[in-house]
Design a protein around this ligand. Structure first.
Ligand code: VGL
Ligand code: ZN
Length: 203
């Protein structure tokens, strides 16, 4: 069985939000039409406590975009985003949520970031996504959402490591692109790791 995994389509990643992804809003109608082709849909939600270690403002004298060591892992510092219970952490209001089986929240441990929908960046914390999908007989996942070069990419890479057949619906994602070309580089990495790169029209 196959599942659609919708990654982090939340207000803070949409233009106007705290960590806006350019054109992030453009994927919402695309994802809504894709959802009609799937019987099994789950979503992930970036869900940080206020004191999260990935926020620049929680490190005295540090700026957004700087790198720090966060408990032994290199961490880029982000603006405050997707704080638990804030409107920025809500899903985009036009995103259809009617047929979702479950939502997996991530980034809840202040001591470590979590890009992947499966595991924290230190691979210790587990959201339960992998065991849930496996318990439901899902062997193949189709990934879309935000952002191509962070949470989408690491969800795809962990999905492959967890033994799923993984497809990326590339035009149903958008990238942060801190550096020009980050979108293309992320696609290359996912493809090299074994993901199939698709367009929404291929479904
Ligand atoms: C994300 C940066 C920080 C994402 C989440 O959803 O891609 N990026 N937190
Ligand atoms: Zn985050």
């Amino acid at each position: 069985m196959k599942a659609l995994v919708i990654v982090d389509v939340q207000n803070d990643f949409i233009p106007g939000g705290a960590l806006a992804v350019k054109e992030g809003d453009q994927i919402v109608p695309i994802i809504n039409s894709i959802q009609q082709k799937f019987d099994f849909i789950v979503a992930t939600q970036d869900w940080h406590p206020k004191d999260h270690g990935s926020f620049a403002s929680n490190h005295h004298g540090k700026e957004i975009g700087e790198f720090i060591d966060l408990n032994g892992i290199q961490q880029i510092l982000w603006p405050v985003h997707c704080v638990q219970g804030s409107s920025g952490a809500d899903f985009h209001p036009h995103l259809s949520k009617k047929h979702w089986r479950a939502v997996f929240q991530k980034g809840t441990n202040p001591l470590v970031d979590s890009y992947s929908g499966f595991f924290d960046n230190n691979r210790q914390g587990d959201t339960g996504l992998s065991s849930f999908l496996k318990s439901q007989g899902i062997a193949e996942i189709f990934v879309c959402g935000l952002a191509t070069d962070y949470c989408v990419k690491f969800t795809v890479l962990d999905g492959l490591e967890e033994g799923f057949k993984v497809n990326l619906i590339a035009d149903a994602t958008r990238a942060v692109n801190l550096q020009p070309g980050d979108f293309e580089m992320a696609i290359e990495q996912m493809k090299n790791a074994g993901a199939t790169i698709l367009k929404a029209s291929d479904l």
